[in-house]
Ligand binder design. Structure first.
Ligand code: SAH
Length: 399
């Protein structure tokens, strides 16, 4: 623990008292007790304008999010015991909700919402993939790795902190095996009756989009006998689910050739005939226009684009992107067709997303109704005090 004290401006303690885990640099009146740059990731004491204790938090000297709260309990010592308790709690929660005999890949730790700001831990069978995204968890990285090993019994731990967000913290992107662990790659995982190869060393994020697990299961339920277009298909997560659910055939579009390559292997892994899928390595925006011009139509279209708006500041530009693809999709759905559409942009609220999709339907000239609302699975909790954690939202719409 450092002797650094971070004192807030008058009135700026309110969001902390309500439980929000971030302190922005603009809320801080003064930082005393040492040169903040020398204490990156160290635990600092946060006090209000009248010197009252508010919390212990981790210091990020270069970030606009200057402090992330560990605990509001003054007696607590932030160290291995405290971090171990947080990890155990997060991991126990998953054990309670995810049947280990059916699902062996899920998120063990989901950052702020599990009380561990900046820490992501995904489990892929016997391998853990970890991201340290903030100075606080970077500071404790060795302790956290040792604790994870101890609590989970997994000896195979790989780091995928190769994320640009680390630059906002003054940290450089980083990846590789932790403490010399050799890992097998790709890794085979199981989500009920769905099986996938996950490339944890070169795949996107930690290798797979675990947040869509329950939605893949939903797609499997509703895809029976349908012709499906899977846009932004990555390694075929939804494609495989739709085919296992009895889809007539899938057209899968993604701009990444590497992802499609693994997607083809995923078909084989699930004993699905190769000819069930038409893979297109293409830009979805261009491909949808091409389909429209050729009058292609589908019974079900899935849109799961990458994040268009990381923050609310990008919301307008993102809205144009979402509207464009949703409008094109509405135009090529057969009567009674289903649109399964997602946004994983933290900067676009569920409410705004619904408005954008409604605007797209109107401009496409189709009547449509919401028949389902989708979100991330139980292993991606959203703390009520941290609405920023609610990034993934989806709608099932029938025309
Ligand atoms: N649906 C996937 C996850 C999609 S992630 C699943 O459930 O596993 C977003 C995907 O969009 C990535 O695979 C990325 O390669 C792809 N992508 C990003 N921009 C694209 C574009 N303009 N056109 C096509 N694919 C794109």
């Amino acid at each position: 623990m450092s002797m650094i004290r971070v004192q807030l401006k008058p009135g700026r303690e309110k969001s902390i008292l309500r439980g929000h885990p971030w302190i922005f640099s603009g809320s801080i009146a003064r930082t005393s007790g040492g040169d903040a740059q020398e204490y990156s990731g160290h635990t600092v004491k946060v006090i209000d304008a009248d010197d009252n204790f508010l919390a212990w938090g981790a210091l990020s000297p270069s970030s606009k999010i200057r402090v992330r709260i560990w605990t509001r309990n003054q007696e607590e010592v932030v160290g291995p015991d405290y971090l171990g308790t947080c990890l155990e709690q997060a991991i126990d929660n998953r054990k309670q909700f995810i049947p280990a005999t059916e699902v062996n890949a899920y998120r063990l730790v989901h950052g702020e919402s599990d009380g561990l700001p900046g820490l992501i831990v995904d489990k892929y069978a016997g391998t853990l993939v970890v991201q340290f995204l903030t100075c606080g968890v970077e500071h404790w990285r060795d302790t956290l790795v040792d604790l994870l090993r101890e609590i989970t019994g997994c000896d195979s731990i790989y780091e995928r902190s190769d994320m640009d967000v680390r630059r906002l913290e003054g940290l450089s992107p980083q990846k590789g095996p932790l403490k010399g662990d050799a890992i097998t790659n790709p890794i085979q995982i199981m989500e009920g009756n769905l099986h996938y190869w996950v490339d944890v060393t070169k795949g996107q994020k930690t290798g797979f989009f675990l947040d869509q697990r329950e939605n893949r299961s939903k797609v499997q339920e509703i895809a029976g006998n349908k012709s499906v277009l899977d846009c932004f298909a990555y390694t075929g997560g939804f494609t495989i689910a739709a085919l296992k659910g009895g889809a007539k055939g899938v057209t899968a579009v993604d701009s990444s050739g590497e992802a499609i390559k693994l997607g083809r292997e995923n078909l084989d892994l699930n004993q699905i005939p190769e000819l069930s899928v038409e893979w297109l390595e293409a830009d979805v925006f261009t491909q949808l226009r091409d389909f429209r011009d050729r009058n292609r139509s589908f019974d079900m279209i899935i849109l799961d684009p990458p994040k268009f708006a990381p923050t609310a500041a990008h919301a307008q530009k993102a809205a144009r992107g979402y509207k464009d693809i949703n409008l094109l999709a509405f135009k090529m759905l057969n009567p009674n067709g289903l649109l399964v559409t997602f946004s994983c942009s933290g900067g676009v609220s569920a409410d705004l997303f619904q408005k954008i999709v409604a605007g797209a339907a109107r401009d496409a000239g189709v009547g449509a109704k919401i028949i389902g609302r989708l979100g991330p699975g139980v292993d991606h909790p959203v703390a009520l005090t941290f609405p920023e954690g609610a990034y993934l939202k989806g709608l099932i719409i029938q025309v």
